[in-house]
Design a protein. Structure first.
Lengths: 366, 366
DNA sequence: CTGAAAGCGCTTACAG
DNA sequence: CTGAAAGCGCTTACAG
């Protein structure tokens, strides 16, 4: 009705460009809103909203619905997620906390979680906590501000106090790939079976002195893989002396260090199960450095497969684990389970021994 | 004033638990709101808000301010980020799109961007687009719904049409580690210099036949590294024939394939610059497979350093690049630059040749 | 069968 | 110096 007033700004022209003109088409790109769509379609905002969310309690003439959808298309309307979330009290966002983006094992978990989140029309926010506890604090703080509907906790930087804090704030959480005492919400892989599979492969090749480069003492995965090693050894009547085990972390450097220690011991093993593929890279490196030939003098097998494993020298035999499925399953469980209900799940199936060049029968020499 | 009414629900007791009781302390964990804090402190909500954001236009008695802060602490109040964002029209969130979480080069970029976002009290949302274009579409769609204040685009899945779409929606974007024709907002590393540094290292060792395992033809980084290789070669009076170049992608498998091709050619090089560290892993693998000893028969150097490089056999000589700084700088530029202003920045300094075991003088045999 | 209204939890110009 | 009010863009019980 009222035509755009030509605002003449005489003397007091300032540098600020925020003169409120009545719509300047090219500029400003003011976001299209529900009201814009409603106006164009000649209906109320609420009708547009209901059409878009397919409200079953909405009986509308097909013709009107068409008009609404046409307006949505014409204006390329995209509902504002923040406004929607404020109203519905659902952020449609899940958080995932990992130790470090550089760890390729977590890459697969992230990938799985991301796909599952997308499949639910949600968004995944992944943060790393690294070495610095202050980064973890930041993430927990942010998360407390209503930005996520739930939080996946992978990696070792979670303690009981943090879980209590999340409980207090009413934010559902789920431990991924690890457990914690008194925390009855977790989803993990069958680490024990993965380790067992690797050991049985070595035993099948004829090995008897099979060492274990284990993960960190306080890591839940490490304990379960160690148990798998021990159980499989005993089942075959083989000894599991303390000297056959050396503790490492899940990095190449750690694996190298641990392997050096192992190779320096009196009675050298003919084979070794490394608890983690990244550490196993270090094992190969340490063996080469010590002049120990793999697989002739030392067979090496590791838990978790990676594209990288195929391209190492020698190519690394691994146990493939469903890491991506673990991430996806974690989102599904988090999204579909009541916040106070326990979740205790071992992701099933899909363990597979990927035989490459790093394992072979022991040399006849012994 | 009115005491909690004891609601006796006689006959029509249903299963639903949402009987509106006047505060049930233990249960429900209703989020603390601004009003709760205001009520406890005996002031208006607006005062609390201003105290918390340190509004300079607020003159308040020190005593009152104390009371407010005390209430905030006592209730452990955390402002709702969604409500705040809706009002201020700032999501305090930046997006980052990468091709693949499994690529360790991007891990460093993410890490840098994450730290920078945290430093600005913002949140980073990282999504991967992988092979599937539909995942990219999902992310772009989500981003169009007001969830981010700006978007970092790393990786090759961006085309001009997507940028136009973002422009239309008024979402500031910035290309990271790549450029695109007619897209004047990017931040990159000094790829040319990085490649040059590597080549000069090889030349310094006495090499003359220096091949190049290049990146993908359409990758901007690949072109710049190739130019660096060529320029450094010519500056030393060395030839850069077409047969000295072989195209690869930035994966170990691709690097292995390309290197096999290179080694099969008539006149074998004594050294090779691999455009990317991941591809160089494949180069080592292919060399070993072909019985070509590194570095005795072939020196190998790659762009980008990784912890992994130190633990390969032989340990890989690399050019360390400030990837983390690239990610951090990208966030800073995105946050501090007007959406329509051009950004064309080469992250400066910090290139360093990390000499390990994969490079040595050429064998005297030639 | 459709519209008007209230409200999610904030921030911020505006009164008093 | 502090409070009341409007409004960000949605959704959803409630009227008519």
């Amino acid at each position: 009705m009222t035509p755009p007033t030509e605002t003449k700004t005489p003397a007091r022209a300032t540098t600020t460009a925020t003169t409120k003109t009545t719509k300047t088409p090219a500029q400003a790109t003011k976001a299209v809103t529900l009201l814009d769509v409603a106006t164009r379609a000649g209906v109320d905002r609420s009708v547009v909203s209901r059409v878009l969310r397919d409200d079953p309690r909405l009986n509308i003439r097909e013709e009107t619905r068409e008009r609404v959808l046409e307006a949505v298309r014409a204006l390329d309307y995209r509902p504002n997620a923040l406004a929607r979330s404020l109203r519905t009290r659902r952020a449609d966002t899940y958080g995932l906390l990992i130790p470090d983006f550089g760890n390729p094992v977590y890459a697969s978990i992230i990938q799985g979680a991301e796909s599952a989140a997308i499949a639910r029309d949600c968004v995944l926010m992944t943060g790393s906590v690294g070495a610095g506890a202050e980064q973890a604090a930041h993430h927990l703080d942010v998360i407390g501000r209503g930005r996520v509907d739930g939080l996946l906790l992978a990696g070792d930087h979670t303690d009981r106090a943090q879980l209590d804090e999340l409980d207090r704030r009413g934010i559902p959480w789920l431990l991924v790939n690890r457990r914690l005492p008194r925390a009855r919400r977790w989803v993990v892989l069958d680490d024990e079976e993965a380790a067992g599979l690797a050991v049985r492969h070595l035993i099948g090749l004829g090995h008897e002195r099979i060492a274990h480069v284990a993960g960190p003492r306080d890591a839940d995965t490490a304990r379960r893989r160690m148990r798998g090693w021990r159980t499989a050894m005993r089942a075959a009547g083989l000894a599991t002396p303390a000297r056959a085990v050396v503790v490492s972390d899940y990095t190449p450097e750690g694996g190298a260090r641990a392997t050096r220690e192992l190779l320096a011991r009196a009675e050298r093993p003919t084979a070794v199960l490394v608890a983690n593929v990244a550490a196993a890279i270090g094992t190969l490196s340490a063996a080469a450095e010590a002049g120990v030939r793999v697989p002739e003098e030392l067979s090496v097998v590791a838990v978790h497969d990676l594209p990288l494993a195929a391209v190492l020298r020698p190519a690394l035999t691994t146990v493939r684990t469903p890491l991506e499925r673990l991430g996806a399953r974690a989102i599904e469980l988090l999204a579909s389970t009541a916040p106070d209900a326990p979740i205790e799940e071992v992701v099933d199936g899909e363990l597979e021994l990927v035989e490459r060049a790093s394992t072979a029968p022991p040399a006849a020499s012994s």
